[in-house]
Design a protein around this ligand. Structure first.
Ligand code: C2O
Ligand code: CU
Length: 459
C-alpha cells in the first residue's frame, strides 16, 4: 500500500508525558517518537524514535573535567536507557539495562550525572534492546572539549549512519530481529547518511582547516572512507589522541561505534569536488559528505597539526606480567559452535539456534551469572580474542580503554572498540582501573543481542 504523506503523518500518535519533571534546571534528554525526513524528497517521511525529536539526537558538548547531567525522560511506549559510549564513567551511570540499572519504563525518568575525565569524541545511545532502539534513531554525539582546542577554523561532527527503509512507506523495515541478519553480518541499511541526511553538505573555503569528528552509529555497517579534495591527518581514535597525527593516505576503516577525529585542510579549488567518500556495496566510491568549496580562507594550507593533548592517567603498564585471558569469538552462520552455555544450560548448536541465539564469547552466549573474569582494581589484563567465525566483529569494552598488543609486543593506540576480522587474533591490554560491572560485546548490535555479549567485574 502506498500512503500519501498526509495520511502517514495523521496516523502518528505521540505518547503523552506521563510524569511531570521535578528538577527545574536539570537539562532533559527526551526519548520520544517523531517523524523525520530521512529519505530523499518525494519519498514519505519516517516515524522514528529520537532524542529530543531529531535524528541524530542533539550534539551534547561539555568541557573536559566538568560534570554532565541529563534527565532522561522516556515518552516512548517501551522501556529504555542511555549508554554514554567511551566515557570512563561511574558504573552506575553506564546505562546498561539489566546490568547497571533497570530500564526506565514508559512515562518515567532517570537522572544521569557523571564526571568527564577525558576530552574527545564520544556518543550516546540506547542500551535497552539496542538492536531495535538504535536502528530506530536513539543515538547522538557527545563531544568533550579540551581546555585549549587545536588550531582549526571549525569543529564539525559527522555522525555516519544507515537506515533500512521501505521506500514506498518511509517506514523502517521493522524486522529488527530477523534471524537471517542476526546470524550473518547484521542489519545493513539501504540508505546511508551523515547527521540524518543522505545528502549532507558542508560549505567551506579553500585552505580552511576543519576538525572532522567521525562517528559510526550504524548497527552493523563497517565503513571504508576516503578523502577527496582534502588533505588530512588522523589525530584521535575512539576519543583518545594519537601521539603523532597520522597523514591520511589510504582508505580509513570505521567499524560500528568507532570514532575518528581528523584534521583536514580544504585543498580543492572552488568548484572542484571535495568531501568524504565511502565504498558502497557495488564497489564504487560515493559521496557521504560533500564539502562545497566557495572562496578562500588563506592563500596556502597550514603545516601538519600538533598532537592533541593526552588524557590523564591512561598509561597501560605491567603488560608483560599480566595474565592472558582467552576469548574465542564463536558461532554464526556457516560455522556454528559445538556447545555453549546459555541461561545456565549447556546447549548444542541446533538448540542454541532454536532459542534465537547464534553467537558466543568463550563458550558463553549472552550474560551469565558470573563474569568472564574478575579483576582487582588497578590490575593489568590481556584479553586474546580469536575470531573463529567467518564474520568481522567490532568488539567494545565499556568503562575503560585498551591498547591492542601486537604479536611483536608493540602497542597500538588507545581504543574502546576494535574490529576483529575472521581468523584473526587481537589481543587487548588494559588497566582495570574503573570498578564495576562492564560489558564486553560485539557492536554489531544484532550479534550482541544473539549471544555476543559478556561482562567483566572490576572489584
Ligand atoms: Cu556503544 Cu554496549 O555500547
Ligand atoms: Cu559481531
Amino acid at each position: 500500500m502506498k500512503m500519501t504523506r498526509r495520511a502517514f503523518c495523521a496516523g502518528l500518535t505521540l505518547a503523552p508525558l506521563a510524569r511531570p519533571v521535578q528538577a527545574q534546571d536539570m537539562p532533559l534528554l527526551t526519548a520520544r517518537a517523531a517523524t523525520v525526513q530521512l529519505a530523499p524528497d518525494g519519498y514519505p517521511a519516517t516515524p522514528v524514535w529520537s532524542y529530543d525529536g531529531t535524528i541524530p539526537g542533539p550534539v551534547i558538548r561539555a568541557a573536559q573535567g566538568s560534570r554532565l547531567q541529563r534527565r532522561l525522560v522516556n515518552t516512548l511506549e517501551v522501556p529504555t536507557s542511555v549508554h554514554w559510549h567511551g566515557i570512563r564513567i561511574d558504573n552506575a551511570m553506564d546505562g546498561v539495562a539489566g546490568l547497571t540499572q533497570n530500564a526506565v519504563p514508559p512515562g518515567e525518568s532517570f537522572h544521569y550525572a557523571f564526571d568527564l575525565p577525558d576530552a574527545g569524541t564520544y556518543w550516546y545511545h540506547a542500551h535497552t534492546n539496542s538492536m531495535e532502539q538504535v536502528a530506530r534513531g536513539l543515538s547522538g554525539a557527545l563531544i568533550i572539549e579540551e581546555a585549549t582546542p587545536p588550531d582549526v577554523d571549525r569543529d564539525e561532527v559527522l555522525m555516519i549512519d544507515d537506515w533500512l527503509l521501505d521506500p514506498d512507506t518511509g517506514l523502517f523495515v521493522d524486522d529488527f530481529a530477523a534471524p537471517m541478519t542476526r546470524s550473518h553480518g547484521g542489519q545493513i541499511g539501504n540508505l546511508v547518511g551523515v547527521n540524518g541526511r543522505y545528502d549532507y553538505r558542508l560549505p567551506a573555503r579553500q585552505n580552511e582547516r576543519l576538525r572532522l569528528r567521525l562517528i559510526n552509529s550504524a548497527n552493523a555497517q563497517i565503513f571504508g572512507l576516503k578523502l577527496e579534495g582534502l588533505t588530512g591527518w588522523t589525530v584521535a581514535l575512539d576519543g583518545m589522541p594519537l601521539d603523532t597525527p597520522e597523514p591520511v593516505t589510504d582508505t580509513l576503516v570505521l567499524a560500528p561505534a568507532q570514532r575518528m577525529d581528523l584534521i583536514v585542510d580544504v585543498t580543492a579549488e572552488e568548484g572542484e569536488t571535495a568531501g568524504l567518500l565511502f565504498a558502497s556495496a557495488d564497489d564504487t566510491w560515493r559521496v557521504l559528505a560533500e564539502v562545497s568549496v566557495e572562496g578562500r580562507a588563506a592563500s596556502v594550507p597550514r603545516g601538519a597539526p600538533q598532537p592533541l593533548p593526552r588524557n590523564p592517567g591512561m598509561e597501560v603498564t605491567g603488560i608483560d606480567s599480566a595474565s592472558v585471558l582467552e576469548m574465542p569469538l564463536q558461532g554464526g552462520a556457516m560455522r556454528g559452535v559445538e556447545s555453549v552455555t546459555f541461561n545456565g544450560q549447556r546447549l548444542g548448536w541446533q538448540e542454541l539456534v532454536q532459542k534465537g541465539q547464534f553467537w558466543a564469547l568463550a563458550g558463553q552466549a549472552g550474560l551469565g551469572e558470573t563474569p568472564f573474569t574478575t579483576l582487582s582494581r588497578g590490575e593489568t589484563a590481556r584479553i586474546r580474542m580469536t575470531n573463529d567465525t567467518i564474520f568481522p566483529h567490532a568488539m567494545h569494552m565499556h568503562g575503560m580503554h585498551f591498547r591492542v598488543r601486537k604479536a611483536d609486543g608493540s602497542l597500538g593506540p588507545l581504543r574502546d572498540t576494535v574490529l576483529v576480522m575472521p581468523n584473526e587474533t587481537t589481543e587487548t591490554a588494559f588497566v582495570a582501573d574503573n570498578p564495576g560491572k562492564w560489558l564486553l560485546h560485539c557492536h554489531m548490535l544484532g550479534h550482541a543481542a544473539s549471544g555476543m555479549t559478556n561482562w567483566i567485574m572490576v572489584t
